[in-house]
Design a binder for this molecule. Sequence first.
Ligand SMILES: N[C@@H](CCC(=O)N[C@@H](CS)C(=O)NCC(=O)O)C(=O)O
Length: 212
Amino acid sequence: MEVLLDPRTVNSRKVLAGLKLVGADYTVKKYDYFQAEQKSPEFVAINPNAAFPALKDGDFVLWESNAILQYAAEKVGNINAYPTDLKVRADINRWLLWESSSWFGSCYVYLVENCVKPLLGDTTDETILANEEENFHKLASILDNRLENSKFLSGNQPTIADVAVAAPMHLHSWAKLPLGDHPNLIRWMTKDIESCSWWKETHIGEGFTLSE
Ligand SMILES: N[C@@H](CCC(=O)N[C@@H](CS)C(=O)NCC(=O)O)C(=O)O
């Protein structure tokens, strides 16, 4: 499998971390988000959404990061990272859909306003941040409640649901995600997720710096 992405972006890091979690063999073709290479004719021919990431497996092309996580887990047959029990799998699929439809968008507001804009010399818009706050806390409370009696989102070991939901939070300090009222979410992210090898090996630092 080959993944085409910029490892500094949320959904690209998600895929790289997920491929490591499931134990997939893969190669990476790197693009540059800050040079708008997701809009290049070459990349748009692969992903017409002009957004990272995409995956190629022979002639098969797949985009949507969470679909890539599902495909890779199925291909490897990693039933710890993507259990086959009907209800456990439905629960994981639910978090994947929720992340893509709700959580990513809310976290992205903080990433853009507090990280991307200042980096590009633009001004943070406090009104945009204030307008997002209520929604962010509603969503974060859902995660916080879920994690009250559960180490990971779906039991005692990480699954692709944890990878998907953690990815939009990946620069949470720099992005100033308002996590203060959500102690279980803080514990999960800073202790349980950030100590995992698949998370550490895909580390992105402030300023969108890569370690390798
Ligand atoms: N739902 C898509 C979202 C992909 C997406 O929004 N990718 C961002 C980077 S995290 C991107 O490349 N956006 C294009 C742009 O900002 O021009 C997925 O999960 O793959």
